[in-house]
Design a protein around this ligand. Structure first.
Ligand SMILES: Cc1ncc(COP(=O)(O)O)c(C=O)c1O
Length: 340
């Protein structure tokens, strides 16, 4: 019988993280919410404090190495985890790294600009550039391309990790594989999940998990909690990325747009901004479970999970999988805003 994920084998991949990551029960937080809660610990992927982007970078840096690149370029928010992990991955592979930090948050303080991921970017020796605006993905990619051309003129072999949706969603393949990994762990314990919840930003984690689940025959809802843009803009993005991923692995049959599930109740006031629901989620997870969440992604995603349980969208007693996608260095950059 053909393996359901055999289509991934044609994409070059470099192992950067520790997998499988743990699948942990969260009985105290689960009991407080009236569900059976499990956490996929992708904050424990290894590589420079870890996170979901490690699985995605295994494919981008795999391609970079296959093309003979010696320099990686990436763009992201000032406190981007993706940027920090691209720097770490590039360093591990002996490559140079240029990062472009975009101004996406209008109330940035001194800690935001110097602590957390920025501190780690510096430690990793990344060459830093800045972009005054953070809302235009095409402009951010175009600025990176210009930088890549000037590096090529100097004799470097640059590889650009693009942000925009006009480039293939390679990183999502990491979550197609992760879906299989977590279901193997669940099956070994003799159960499945009624629902999966994760943060939905670039959408590659969300779309990859959805396609990965369907490719191995799992039918539970995969709920994405908006962390970057509202649901009306995120929905088509997830649908498009998922359709591309399904096609890339030769399994277009497994994806149907009607299955895309995104919600944005806890997203306001916007990307990287705290609200009371996020504060409550971070505090409940820490106090009940010693589970640390970040203010930008996983805190918002857990706030979305809690909102779904309270509204009945996730039924009482359900067995729910929460994807912990990492992001913990940002806690320190948000210290002033998180202070009671
Ligand atoms: C910690 C963390 N969680 C979740 C996400 C969202 O993942 P994706 O961009 O694949 O939607 C990100 C994105 O940067 C992240 O850094």
């Amino acid at each position: 019988m053909p393996r359901p994920l055999a289509g991934i084998d044609r994409f070059p991949r470099i192992r950067l993280g520790h997998a499988p990551t743990p699948l942990d029960a969260a009985p105290n937080l689960g009991a407080a919410l009236g569900i059976e809660l499990w956490i996929k610990r992708d904050d424990c992927t290894g590589l420079a404090l870890g996170g979901n982007k490690v699985r995605q970078l295994e494919f981008y840096l795999g391609e970079a190495q296959a093309r003979g690149a010696d320099t990686v370029l990436i763009t992201g928010a000032v406190q981007s985890n993706f940027v920090r992990l691209a720097a770490a991955g590039a360093r591990q592979l002996g490559m140079d790294i240029h990062i472009q930090l975009e101004e996406r948050v209008d109330d940035a303080d001194a800690l935001y600009r110097a602590s957390g991921n920025v501190l780690l970017d510096r430690l990793l020796g990344a060459t830093m550039h800045s972009l005054p605006s953070g809302e235009d993905e095409a402009a951010a990619d175009a600025a990176l391309e210009r930088l890549a051309r000037s590096l090529a003129d100097e004799g470097r072999k640059p590889y650009v990790i693009h942000l925009g949706i006009d480039h293939p969603p390679l990183g999502g393949l990491g979550y197609v594989l992760a879906a299989n990994e977590v279901m193997e762990q669940a099956r070994a314990r003799g159960f499945g999940f009624d629902a999966v919840v994760c943060a939905s930003g670039s959408a590659l984690t969300h779309a990859g998990t959805l396609v990965g689940m369907r490719a191995i025959g799992e039918t539970m809802p995969v709920s994405g909690i908006c962390v970057r843009r509202d649901a009306s803009r995120q929905h088509p993005r997830v649908a498009g990325r998922a359709a591309e991923l399904a096609a890339m692995i030769g399994r277009s049959d497994v994806f149907d747009e009607s299955e895309v599930d995104v919600s944005d109740e806890v997203h306001p006031p916007g990307y990287g901004k705290l609200n009371d629901a996020v504060r409550e989620a971070m505090s409940m997870a820490a106090r009940l479970e010693a589970l640390l969440l970040d203010p930008v992604y996983t805190g918002k995603a857990m706030a979305g999970l809690i909102a779904h349980v309270r509204s009945g969208r996730i039924a009482a007693g359900s067995r729910v999988l929460f994807l912990h996608t990492g992001g913990l260095p940002a806690i320190f950059a948000y210290a002033a805003r998180l202070a009671p």
